[in-house]
Design a binder for this molecule. Structure first.
Ligand SMILES: NC(=O)C1=CN([C@@H]2O[C@H](COP(=O)(O)OP(=O)(O)OC[C@H]3O[C@@H](n4cnc5c(N)ncnc54)[C@H](OP(=O)(O)O)[C@@H]3O)[C@@H](O)[C@H]2O)C=CC1
Ligand SMILES: O=C(CO)[C@H](O)[C@H](O)COP(=O)(O)O
Length: 485
């Protein structure tokens, strides 16, 4: 129980499930910290303090005691379920905290909720910081990537303690002040969108290799382990090899073969796509990943589709090693597209919400601690260092060169997917995005003509200023018009 007569802790954590308990241990392991902990139900608190006496936690059963155990100005990090749970805890803390104190929401909040909460809490004189935290259980314990928003003043107080618990990549802590109010949670949301795309692309690579070459999951694990020593080196490739190696103790089969093939989701991928749709930013690779999880999770429809015809011609892979190398290159190119789309979405969100987000700094803090950490984030960081206002990541020399080296293989893999009937939605949509971007002319011109035909939506001409409309139901002459978009 807390000694409510003395405020001993310099920081507190509310919510002691997987993320909160590990973050609290991380904080407690740093020199000079005394950590107060509180969870709605006592059981989790009790487990944490019983299993980790070395952390010297100050634990409270009541939130009033938790608040009393914090030194002023108080700082508490909330790690509870996003949505109503977070609102409930913010309300409780706002009642008990005083002006100058800091509430940090480290959960996966929707950034518009964070904007709303920051505004409401700021009016009480208390600081509110929405901070995206990535790294899962291990990251929370050993060093996550942290994406804090909120005011610059709050970050001055918070920055040092967040830096002390963050992952370190290339000698730099994986934390930076992203921007005001919801900027941190916006960037975390996009991080998760990229995570979805990356995972889907890896899953497609696995499926193509397995069905194309007949290799076992354990053999494919070795392929991924090999890839992890090259330009694809990343946490997600590393854990994919681990998952594919795992043998189910009950059946002796590869674990991947006994897991139900229906992918779940908690919402951040959907938010990314919804937000990008509102911003008019095509995050097509991320969207395909979200839809692929959705498709997998409709067992009745999938059962109804079994027996529908597949390709008539037999599809075989003649040179297995060459095919695997093609898949590797297709994965790398599609992954670059996913990150490029993600960075576009951040730039568009920053424009829309008036955030001054340093994309180079974002790429640096994703190099360590987070789920999408990858060797090639160093190349992204280099690209933004060379051209800070880079308009398209894909066009940076390193990435343009990577696309040039990968694109023939990428096309062969997409063809193989279509011919074999092995779905590869993220590979093929990423390739179409790439081809769409680099096209000198797009059939969007025809779409504009169609829109003008049925709705007098007007169009621009390539050879004259102004806005035009064809009198489709009249003599089909062209007239000047007011732009109706
Ligand atoms: N798991 C992960 O890998 C990652 C999770 N996150 C985010 O971090 C946050 C914490 O995640 P995780 O540790 O997985 O825990 P969960 O998202 O499973 O949330 C469980 C915690 O929320 C608390 N809680 C739920 N509702 C309320 C409420 N109304 N009032 C008070 N407390 C409430 C629970 O308390 P009780 O024990 O009493 O039920 C418990 O401590 C979430 O926002 C999540 O999205 C971010 C990155 C990675
Ligand atoms: O934020 C995270 C990692 O960065 C969480 O693990 C998140 O829950 C993953 O999303 P989903 O459950 O939808 O796959």
């Amino acid at each position: 129980m807390a000694d409510t007569t003395k405020a001993q802790a310099n920081i507190g954590v509310v919510g002691l499930a997987v993320m909160g308990s590990n973050l609290a241990r991380n904080l407690a392991s740093r020199e000079g910290n005394t950590v107060a902990v509180y969870n709605r139900s006592w059981e989790k608190t009790n487990t944490l303090i019983t299993e980790h006496p070395e952390a010297g936690f100050i634990a409270s059963e009541k939130i009033e005691d938790f608040v009393a155990s914090l030194q002023k100005p108080r700082t508490a990090i909330i790690m509870v379920q996003a949505g109503k749970g977070t609102d409930a805890v913010i309300d409780q803390l706002t009642e008990l905290f005083e002006p100058g104190d800091i509430i940090v929401d480290g959960g996966n909040a929707l950034f518009t909720d964070t904007i709303r909460r920051e505004k409401a809490v700021r009016e009480t004189g208390i600081n509110f910081v929405g901070a995206g935290i990535s790294g899962g259980e291990e990251g929370a314990l050993k060093g996550p990537s942290i994406m804090p928003g909120g005011s610059a003043e709050a970050y001055q107080t918070l920055g040092p303690i967040l830096s002390s618990i963050a992952a370190v990549a290339e000698g730099e802590p994986c934390v930076t002040h992203i921007g005001t109010d919801g900027a941190g949670h916006f960037v975390k949301m996009i991080h998760n969108g990229i995570e979805y795309a990356d995972m889907q692309l890896i899953a497609e690579a696995y499926d193509l290799i397995r069905r194309g070459t007949g290799k076992s999951p354990a053999e494919i694990a070795e392929v991924f382990a090999e890839w992890n020593r090259g330009e694809l080196e990343s946490y997600l490739i590393e854990i994919t090899a681990e998952v594919l190696r795992q043998v189910d103790a009950k059946t002796g089969k590869p674990l991947v073969d006994v897991i139900v093939d229906q992918a779940g989701s908690k919402g951040t991928g959907v938010w990314t796509v919804q937000t990008a749709l509102n911003l008019g930013t095509p995050v097509s690779g991320i969207a395909e990943a979200v839809f692929a999880r959705g498709l997998s999770s409709h067992p009745e429809q999938r059962a109804a589709a079994i027996g529908l015809p597949g390709p008539s011609d037999e599809w075989t892979v003649d040179d297995k090693d060459a095919f695997i190398e093609d898949v590797r290159l297709a994965l790398y190119a599609s992954k670059i597209v996913a990150y490029s789309q993600g960075f576009d979405a951040i730039a568009a969100g920053a424009d829309e919400h008036g955030w001054n987000i340093d994309l180079g700094a974002v790429s640096k803090i994703w190099r360590g601690g987070c789920i999408i950490r990858a060797q090639f984030l160093n190349r992204i960081a280099d690209s933004y260092a060379e051209v800070p206002d880079l308009k398209l990541l894909l066009s940076a020399p390193y990435f343009a060169d990577a696309m040039s080296k990968a694109q023939d293989a990428w096309r062969r893999v997409v063809v193989a997917s279509a011919q074999s009937g092995i779905p590869a939605p993220a590979f093929s949509s990423s390739l179409s995005y790439y081809d769409g971007l680099r096209a000198e002319r797009l059939p969007a011109a025809l779409v504009q003509g169609q829109r003008d035909f049925f709705g007098a939506h007007t169009y621009k001409r390539v050879d004259a200023e102004g806005t035009f409309h064809t009198l489709w139901s009249g003599d089909r002459s062209e007239v000047q018009a007011v732009d109706s978009h």
